[in-house]
Write a protein that binds this ligand. Structure first.
Ligand code: 4AD
Length: 460
């Protein structure tokens, strides 16, 4: 039996041949003589129409062909006589693998995204999530492909680590200690020498530090893996488990870094438009009529580049009443990011942030007040990329670590890179889910990852 995907058959003009498809019934309708069965196998957003003559099949079998049931259908591929599709299958044999009764929750169209989040185990069967998951695949594939084509090596950074790479203290602990019977030191503190790794260990918040070690040998590397943050942020942009892509390049300054980031983003969004056109069109029509325009604009027009200080001036000069007053020295709020992206009508790259609101590893500028940070802001997603040129000077880095209470003695291995053959280098972190928010028009980050992990939610 030759198997075909629905996508292959919908694009075929090789009619009057025997084919078999396997998938899930989306709808069944029809009258006394003919049943029309729409089948989807996830290969495309479109269903294939199967025409079954009622007389050819037992009533008992056809009763089992309901929305949600899984089927294998053998038949002849023909040019469709009906409207709305180019091809259809005239069924000769139907096998039902698994039935789905009237309790199947996806009986009708138009469920809210909130409802679908509650049934995240079934939502991949909807048009929306099928589209999101296919776009997620395309973007991931394009990212690997971009780096491979540009001489980068894929580095697998560890998931378990003892270092807080961002110095923000938002880590999930990893332990095998018995929580009901913790080994204690004489002073009452927990004796982590007894723990699996002989010291406190956590899930990584970023693969950057390991990326830097490898970049100072292989020149250009990137990581692409899950990262974990125990920040209690219940927002449409934050996940406790998200996927991050972190390129790290030796001999790159902040300008090289910005150019790479912009080129990468344009390439991967262009790839998604090219490979997932039908899915993006569906999302455009369903959720955001500006989506396609915005994506085309983003890949064509240069991003707006400016310093943080200039951005604060733009915010201050605007007539908009912000909830939080823009002040030099404070983090930009979501409303500020949104304003800047709308104001310029394109993605914005901001550089040279105040040192006190950024991580210890960023290169200090000559003014002693700002660091060579680089954030990229996008519509919907806000900060899609955070990165910087790194501090390559041993003494300055050590001083910054002390100033920011980063335990330098535990990170001797990181400091060693600045001791032996240090070079100017840069990198950034791209949040896959934030990139997906931009590409799919989904306003909530929970709707672009198969099984979201957020505070008080680790279902499925
Ligand atoms: O700006 P962040 O915290 O930067 C780093 O982790 C650096 N180590 C990256 C580097 O220079 N190699 O995070 C980078 C990106 C953000 O811009 C955002 O897209 C995403 O990761 N991100 C999150 N996405 C979803 N949920 C969260 N809680 C996120 N936190 C960060």
């Amino acid at each position: 039996m030759t198997k075909y995907s629905v996508k292959d058959l919908l694009n075929s003009t090789d009619f009057n041949r025997e084919v078999t498809i396997q998938g899930w019934v989306r709808t069944k309708r029809g009258g006394k003589e003919i049943a029309f069965i729409a089948v989807n196998d996830g290969s495309t957003i479109h269903n294939i129409q199967v025409v079954a003559s009622i007389a050819s099949f037992s009533e008992e079998l056809l009763k089992k062909v309901t929305t949600g049931a899984s089927v294998s259908i053998k038949g002849t591929l023909v040019k469709s006589q009906g409207q709305g599709q180019a091809v259809e299958i005239q069924a000769k044999g139907i096998e039902v693998y698994g039935t789905a009764d009237e309790t199947f929750p996806l009986q009708k169209k138009g469920h809210t995204l909130e409802f679908l989040r509650e049934i995240a185990h079934l939502r991949p069967r909807t048009n929306t999530f099928g589209a999101v998951l296919r776009i997620r695949h395309a973007l991931s594939f394009a990212i690997h492909s971009y780096f491979n084509n540009h001489g980068f090596f894929y580095l697998h950074a560890p998931v378990i680590t003892a270092a807080d790479a961002e110095g923000a203290g938002e880590m999930f602990r990893v332990t095998t200690l018995d929580l009901k019977n913790l080994p204690l030191n004489p002073d009452g503190s927990i004796n982590f020498k007894e723990d699996f790794f002989g010291k406190p260990a956590y899930l990584t918040v970023s693969g950057q530090l390991e990326g830097e070690l490898a970049a100072l040998a292989l020149s250009k590397v990137y990581t692409f893996g899950p990262t974990f943050r125990a920040e209690n942020s219940n927002t449409p942009r934050h996940l406790a488990e998200f996927w991050m892509i972190e390129p790290e390049m030796a001999f790159y300054d902040i300008h090289d870094n910005m150019n790479l980031a912009e080129d990468l983003l344009k390439y991967v969004i262009g790839y998604a438009l090219d490979k997932c056109g039908d899915d993006i069109r569906f999302l455009n029509d369903m959720y955001d009529k500006e989506l396609l325009n915005r994506l085309h604009h983003a890949i064509k027009e240069p991003f707006q580049r400016m310093t943080y200080t200039e951005a604060i001036e733009v915010l201050k000069a605007s007539d908009k009443k912000f909830e939080f007053r823009p002040e030099w020295g404070s983090d930009l709020q979501k409303e500020h990011e949104n304003f800047l992206v709308d104001h310029f009508g394109k993605p914005v790259i901001l550089t040279d942030y105040p040192k006190d609101i950024k991580a210890f590893y960023m290169k200090l500028n000559d003014d002693g007040k700002t660091v060579r940070a680089m954030d990229i802001l996008f519509h919907y997603a806000g900060e899609i990329i955070g990165g910087s040129q790194r501090e390559e000077n041993y003494d300055t880095l050590l001083r910054r670590m002390k100033e920011m209470n980063v335990p330098a003695e535990e990170m001797k291995w990181y400091l060693d890179t600045r001791k032996y053959g240090s070079v100017p280098h840069s990198g950034f972190g791209l949040g896959l889910e934030r990139l997906l928010q931009f590409t799919t028009g989904m306003t909530n980050v929970r709707d672009v990852i198969p099984f979201p992990r957020t505070p008080k939610n680790a279902e499925f």
